[in-house]
Ligand binder design. Structure first.
Ligand SMILES: Cc1cc2nc3c(=O)[nH]c(=O)nc-3n(C[C@H](O)[C@H](O)[C@H](O)COP(=O)(O)OP(=O)(O)OC[C@H]3O[C@@H](n4cnc5c(N)ncnc54)[C@H](O)[C@@H]3O)c2cc1C
Length: 365
């Protein structure tokens, strides 16, 4: 039976748009459905906008593989589409000797993951690059950077449309069922509810991926992993100049990369995210967290002025592991013919999006 599209993608975040572009540019007809009135209002616009090199992730994991591949693809894409970005580099710092084993572990991971551009610096070398930095040693990653995430998504959306694809806004996915033979019938709610069909259905719903999956007829509950919310808060430096040019990271904390510093593309100093396990999505930033941020920041920047931090924004990571559990990998699979599900696309999902798109496109015709 002919279908309206080769592929329907649920979610116009960085990952859904990257999947759409990868299919559209190789001649597939594509529709991306987004429930909000704009693209990229989900996790993809509430993050650190860091292009990760790939040294933090378990060797052999999808995160490690897609991060390195995705980073290389991303720099080329951003460059060729004139999307703002900077290959500013990152210093992962040992503030005290007790941090050194964690850095040694990261250096070993970088080697196992084939991450290029990593070198050790002693304190004097690190401080020559970033005066004002307090550390006993640091790992320098020259391939790390920052990007304009909304610019990336606008460029991907433009590419999809240029290749004949459709992006439907205010078009919430409300359910899907298998067509006789093969393919999917997909329900769209909103102001003008309708149904469309496709050979392939791809779920890239970010924090709502599990809720979307639960609306698919015939998908066993066992194919939908449990979702945990890992909230991260950010603070900004309200007074004074951004102190460093490069990204400054502490050693990782259990379950996340750790509260870090970045000078964003506008020159503003931002700090975060921390990790708070929450039961529901909310984006409030409690100013009382500033004291903890100050203490953590002073480990690598002792000159942080008092009361200089102001609450900024928050994001929520769609995690597949709970507190104290081992960090889970991305989950990308075809649980039913013509259906691809993406769960747990937390960091480094932004860096990885183009590699994820290529992987998903190749999963099944
Ligand atoms: C605090 C934080 C910091 C991070 N920092 C970084 C970083 O520095 N570098 C990095 O590489 N990664 C980072 N990440 C991870 C990265 O942001 C995500 O992995 C990535 O943005 C996920 O993109 P996505 O497209 O899967 O999800 P989203 O951007 O959330 O897109 C999903 C889309 O689906 C839509 N949707 C949901 N339900 C429906 C429905 N029923 N119908 C239609 N549409 C629907 C949503 O509205 C949304 O637009 C961070 C994440 C967080 C939370």
């Amino acid at each position: 039976m002919p279908t309206d599209f080769d592929a329907i993608i649920i979610g116009a975040g960085a990952v859904g748009l990257a999947c759409g572009w990868e299919l559209a540019r190789f001649g597939q007809s594509v529709a991306v459905l987004e429930r909000e009135a704009r693209i990229g209002t989900g996790v993809s616009s509430r993050n650190s906008e860091v292009i990760h090199a790939g040294l933090h992730y378990a060797p052999g994991s999808l995160k490690a593989r897609f991060c390195s591949q995705g980073r290389r693809l991303l720099y080329d894409f951003l460059q060729s589409r004139a999307v703002a970005h900077q290959r500013c580099g990152k210093l992962i710092v040992a503030a005290e000797p007790r941090d050194l084993p964690a850095l040694e572990g990261l250096a070993a991971r970088a080697e196992q993951n084939g991450v290029e551009g990593i070198s050790w610096l002693n304190a004097a070398e690190a401080q020559a690059l970033e005066p004002g930095l307090a550390c006993v040693a640091a790992l320098l990653s020259v391939e790390s950077g920052i990007l304009d995430a909304l610019g990336l998504m606008a460029a991907l959306a433009g590419e999809i449309e240029a290749h004949g694809g459709a992006i439907a806004l205010s078009a919430p996915f409300v359910g899907a069922g298998p067509l006789a033979g093969s393919g999917w019938r997909v329900g769209i709610g909103g102001a003008e509810p309708t149904q469309i069909s496709a050979r392939r259905l791809i779920l890239a719903g970010g924090l709502e991926a599990q809720a979307c999956a639960a609306l698919i007829e015939g998908l066993p509950a066992a194919a939908i992993p449990r979702l945990f919310y890992g909230k991260g808060h950010y603070f900004t430096l309200a007074r004074g100049r951004a102190p460093f040019s490069r990204l400054i990271y502490p050693p990782p904390i259990p379950g996340a990369l750790g509260m870090h510093y970045r000078k964003d593309l506008g020159g503003q100093a931002r700090f975060g995210p921390d990790l708070e396990w929450v039961d529901a999505v909310d984006y409030q930033v409690d100013g009382a967290r500033a004291a903890r941020f100050e203490a953590d920041i002073r480990r690598f920047w002792p000159a942080l002025p008092h009361d200089a931090l102001s609450p900024d924004y928050a994001g929520v990571r769609p995690k597949l592991h709970g507190p104290g559990e081992p960090v889970a990998d991305f989950s990308i699979s075809n649980p039913l013919p013509g259906l691809t599900t993406l769960f747990g696309i937390e960091s480094p999902g932004l860096t990885s999006c183009l590699a994820i798109g290529a992987y998903v496109a190749a999963l099944q015709g």
